[in-house]
Ligand binder design. Structure first.
Ligand code: SUG
Length: 445
């Protein structure tokens, strides 16, 4: 029986803004205090979803989180009316306020790690929401993410939802951004590659010195155990600490894989030659490894263009496309490399470019915006159909965005309680459109 890869993209939330919250993410740091445009951001993301659906892929939507997280601000000691909480936080702890306002859940590649039923012992699809322990603004996503995923994949016969790993530095987990699955056909037993940035407990092992390594070995190993993966079909790979220190904060900024192809930078991994050997051995030689040389595309070019933060997708007609941000065309080294790649006939035979500038300015490209879930036809049928993108859902979401989203947001706007109310109204309506039930705290009191 055939299985297909579905992409679930994070819908950009109504408070999308640039607050410089992510150490080690150059775009986030550089664009701190820029004026954001939440409406444009959400429409750019939605347009990518629709384009992929039009290419014949299964496309779904992940609802954004409610921001500001007023409950968290209260937990941090701010009290009184919502207006007062916001004002006090702005005055005494502006970084806590911006953190509780971040629309960062849009980067759905960090929502969870997912293992398809073909790989798991109980033959269910396993989900572990990421704890995102490395940054406060992201660590507050996990509970709502868990509820949203459970409301999307809502059949215990087919889907197994784990708790996020404990939120500790030693168990930092950033989800699918550091996880790649290789296989011949999606329904086959796959090889799951977990990429980690450092060891959580052993500080004598190599690790970056300038920027945080967000994913630990211990977290990846725990997920492989929880997902009941056969260790013979798992590979643990350490990211090259030198590239983390240059701004490669997740593996999906330096490598992308799909089915029988791995496209990666020459400096992506520690002991790279050995990684290739192990992968080829586990894939019985059925893997095409396309290594991008540093003298063609430098690490800085990779970070600036997000060449590797692409989606590598197999279309129904067998074409394999690289879904790229338009920044790849603007960088001549990268664009020349892509032309050569297309001519080389190594399996990738088309590219599709997207304007995702609003997300890119916070360090999120096409691959960051989506969570991949391989589904058999039964699993596809068993999930909540209201989150799957159709022409009518696309139009409905377009209208919803136009109705509820602002086209300009700066830090001073974040103290405005009207923004909080507008977000609640919008998300309350969204839970009805996507038939999610009461996934937000404000709906559960
Ligand atoms: O976690 N940026 C996100 C970008 C995540 C990209 N995801 C993947 N590569 N899979 C992050 O660094 C910036 C928010 C701000 O600065 O306002 C932010 O959270």
């Amino acid at each position: 029986m055939m299985a297909h890869e579905a992409n679930f993209d994070g819908l950009v939330g109504p408070t999308h803004n640039y607050s410089g919250l992510s150490a080690g993410n150059i775009a986030s740091l550089t664009n701190n205090h820029q004026v954001s445009n939440p409406k444009r951001a959400a429409l750019q993301g939605l347009n990518k979803m629709q384009a992929l659906a039009n290419l014949g892929l299964i496309q779904g939507v992940i609802a954004p989180q409610m921001r500001p997280d007023i409950k968290m601000l209260r937990r941090l000691g701010f009290s009184g009316s919502d207006r007062r909480v916001l004002q006090q936080a702005a005055q005494h702890a502006p970084k806590l306020l911006t953190s509780c306002y971040s629309a960062s859940s849009m980067w759905a590649a960090n929502a969870a790690t997912v293992s398809p039923s073909a790989d798991t012992q109980d033959q269910r699809v396993h989900f572990t929401p990421a704890n995102l322990a490395s940054h406060f603004h992201r660590s507050i996503e996990q509970q709502t993410t868990s509820r949203i995923l459970a409301a999307m994949f809502n059949d215990d016969n087919h889907f197994y939802h784990h708790q996020p790993l404990p939120t500790s530095e030693q168990l930092g987990d950033e989800g699918a951004a550091n996880h790649t699955r290789f296989c011949v056909q999606h329904q086959d037993q796959g090889i799951e590659m977990f990429v980690f940035g450092r060891y959580g407990f052993d500080h004598n092992q190599p690790s970056p010195t300038r920027y945080p390594a967000r994913q630990t070995y211990e977290a990846s190993a725990a997920i492989a155990r929880l997902h009941q993966l056969d260790p013979r079909h798992v590979i643990m790979v350490q990211q090259n600490p030198l590239v983390i220190d240059q701004g490669v904060f997740h593996n999906d900024v330096i490598a992308v894989g799909n089915q029988q192809t791995l496209l990666c930078h020459q400096h992506a991994f520690l002991n790279q030659a050995n990684v290739y050997l192990q992968l080829q051995q586990k894939m019985a030689g059925n893997l095409t490894i396309i290594e991008v040389p540093n003298n063609r595309v430098s690490v800085n070019d990779a970070i600036g263009s997000y060449l590797f933060n692409s989606q590598l997708v197999t279309l129904p007609n067998g074409d394999v496309s690289l879904i790229l941000p338009q920044q790849c065309r603007e960088n001549s080294h990268v664009w020349q490399y892509i032309q050569q790649l297309l001519q080389a006939q190594q399996g990738i035979n088309r590219v599709d470019l997207f304007d995702l500038n609003q997300s890119m300015q916070n360090g999120g490209g096409p691959a960051c915006l989506r969570l991949r879930v391989v589904l058999t036809p039964q699993e596809h049928k068993a999930m909540n159909p209201a989150v799957l993108l159709t022409d009518s859902l696309f139009r409905r979401l377009q209208q919803w965005i136009h109705l509820h989203y602002r086209d300009r947001l700066v830090e001073d706007d974040l103290v405005d309680p009207a923004l909080l109310l507008a977000s609640q109204t919008a998300l309350d309506e969204l839970t009805r459109i996507l038939k999610l039930g009461s996934v937000y705290d404000f709906q559960r009191v």
